[in-house]
Design a protein around this ligand. Sequence first.
Ligand code: CP
Ligand code: NVA
Length: 311
Amino acid sequence: MNADADPRHFRSLNDLSRDQLLAILARGEEMAADRAHETDGAEPGPLAGRTVALIFEKSSTRTRVSFEVGIHQLGGMGLFLSSRDTQMGRGEPVADTARVLSGYVDGIMIRTFGQETVEELARHATVPVINGLTDRFHPCQLLADLLTIRQILGAERLETMTVAWLGDGNNMAHSWLNAAALLGFELRLAVPEGYDPDPEIVAEAEACASVVLTRDPEEAVRGAHVVSTDVWASMGQEEEAEARKAAFQPFQVNARLMELADPEAVFLHCLPAHRGEEVTAEVIDGPRSAVFQEAENRLHAQKALLLHLFR
Ligand code: CP
Ligand code: NVA
């Protein structure tokens, strides 16, 4: 396990050991296959009497809905808190918010800008803190992505696969690097100059896995079992969108590129997607795409994560 890991929280994938990650994915797959664990209200579920605060400082469809529904299905309550309506949005210190919320709720999920906000919350909260996306990481998405790969390609592939990441060296790329470090699969990132992932996160992954950083999308994709990409301008980068389009165009995932991947290769995208930009409609709506299974898996993977954190 990473030296900085804090198993009480899920600030990034680095808070998990390899075995914990694999156990969460196995449980997530069971939950996806067998909905019998869902409480109908007559029997108390595993999260009965527990409340999880869901703080959003950025927009969300999947993260909000999958957490609210997942917590409900486990018998608990999710409490949506928008920074537009809370004192946190008016500058109340994160540390004070952490202490106050810890007196009311049993867990805190936060989607925010800086990773330091998640770290500060975790330092001062006495309940588990979950990272629901920062500018640096998107670990909940990786749980769903890995669960999808487990379902389609089998559990063994998780540690023997080659994953191609095309586009931005962003929060998703960083979480893929963390996943490679834990599981040891080969990760090839084709990223335009100027948009590389953080060298520190690359170095951590390189210590445990084969990491290839290239400017050549074809090199990244050749023979890959998984091909993934993300928007060219993430939330908070709207003003850079036009400049980014020119830089990222050669990194678009299209049918010609998918032809170079393994014949059974799976295409993943965390969504929301921009058809005609980072991926063509032909690929994202084509037979190798698993993006809607991946989106549904946010629900199952996060329920498994919640049971792990509330163990
Ligand atoms: N993939 C993802 O996190 O989606 P949302 O932004 O809709 O939550
Ligand atoms: N990289 C994207 C992911 C959205 C789910 C963003 O941060 O906006």
